[in-house]
Design a protein around this ligand. Structure first.
Ligand code: SAM
Ligand code: SF4
Length: 359
């Protein structure tokens, strides 16, 4: 979409929250800026391209999952159209996620096409690493700048227990392939769980240092109903930081990768250690993103249930992006001030698993 028709003199009714730039030259392309009702600028989307996964991590999915029929998913062409529309409205960073995005057939096609979009500065992927040995080099060639790889443990038996089916070796080979492929950034994501992997935070940090990559520790979020109480295994960022401090020199950093992590550098290494702390250091005030599920629902907030279905618009107006743009603008009006994960740890209300919304 080009939005030359939108200018300060004539902002169409309902598009007030889509603020065009003073001049296309200031933004480098004729895009505007999406602003929600709390004044937060939305510059980042996360798009889940599949709910399927080759793992069944016990904090993310039920053991027996019923996945969506394939014809309920956005086609890859529709995914590209959604991305293109957001980018034309000022989004500069897109994360492709899932489920496991790399198990979707032709995912590379989408990555290649998205990376070419004018105005998109950063195309990034979140992966469980299982397919990276095969795809890492192609992803870099396609234009993917960074990859986040999930790794909660370095012990093969524990890895199997957490993922229910995954092979640690395959993921470790995937991480090596990613390092060799030359991504601009690689980050390990570790979900912190008391009594499950809290005895490995030091080893995981050493691992990241040895590989010359970054690592983020994530507080577990109450997304989807699982067969244990998440409150029992909750492990907070401050405790993890205290656990690491005697073993690593950690120097606070103001760096940001456009996400909610707070970072610490380890001097003399290439590694940053980050903490994503939705419970203990709520970052909703600076939220800059919305999420789109693989079936085309636009969720303005990971932690709430309000969503706008995009598929009817996409399919009813195959050649006209205006209704899609309007829905995106409307979503700014329903983006809540924040999540309430702390209360939800005891009384979960978001029934979607992370694999559905896209992490
Ligand atoms: N399959 C890919 C992967 O595992 O990286 C991408 C999708 S996965 C849903 C994205 C991230 O969400 C992973 O780092 C995963 O560990 C994290 N995640 C899943 N469920 C979570 C939860 N309940 N709380 C916190 N993080 C979660
Ligand atoms: Fe799959 Fe990623 Fe969820 Fe694990 S965290 S089950 S790898 S989508």
């Amino acid at each position: 979409m080009r939005n030359e028709s939108l200018n300060h003199e004539s902002v169409p009714a309902g598009l007030e929250q889509f603020v065009p730039p003073t001049s296309p030259a200031t933004s480098g392309h004729a895009a505007g800026t999406l602003v929600d009702k709390y004044g937060r600028h939305i510059t980042y989307i996360r798009l889940s391209i599949t709910d399927r996964c080759d793992f069944r991590c016990f904090y993310c999915m039920a053991e027996e999952m019923e996945f969506l029929p394939r014809d309920h998913l956005l086609s890859l062409e529709e995914c590209l159209r959604v991305i293109r529309t957001f980018v034309a409205m000022g989004v500069t960073k897109v994360r492709i996620t899932g489920g496991e995005p790399l198990v979707r057939r032709n995912a590379l096609w989408l990555l290649r096409e998205a990376a070419r979009l004018e105005g998109l500065k950063e195309l990034v992927v979140t992966s469980n690493g299982s397919q990276l040995e095969r795809y890492a080099a192609e992803m870099v060639e396609a234009g993917v700048k960074r990859v986040n790889i999930s790794l909660d443990t370095l012990r093969a038996d524990r890895f199997k227990a957490i993922t229910r089916v995954g092979e640690l070796d395959k993921v470790l080979r995937g991480i090596d392939a990613a390092v060799a492929a030359g991504f601009r950034g690689i980050k390990i994501n570790t979900v912190m769980m008391r009594g499950v992997n809290d005895d490995e935070f030091i080893d995981l940090t050493r691992f990241a240092v040895a590989k010359g990559i970054d690592l983020s520790f994530i507080e577990e979020m109450p997304l989807g109903d699982i067969d244990r109480s998440r409150a029992d295994t909750y492990f907070g960022s401050d405790e993890a930081l205290a656990l690491l401090r005697p073993h690593f020199e950690l120097v606070g950093s103001s760096e940001s990768t456009g996400g909610p992590a707070r970072y610490w550098r380890i001097p003399g290494t290439r590694t940053k250690v980050g903490f994503i702390s939705p419970h203990s250091h709520n970052f909703c005030d600076s939220c800059n993103r919305v999420r789109i599920t693989c079936k085309g629902e636009l969720y303005p907030c990971l932690g709430q249930n309000d969503a706008l279905p995009l598929v009817p618009l996409l399919r009813a107006h195959p050649d006209d992006d205006a209704p899609l743009r309007q829905a995106i603008v409307d979503s700014m009006g329903i983006k809540p001030k924040g999540h309430d994960f702390n209360e939800q740890m005891h009384d979960p209300k978001v029934v979607r698993f992370m694999s559905m919304t896209g992490g």
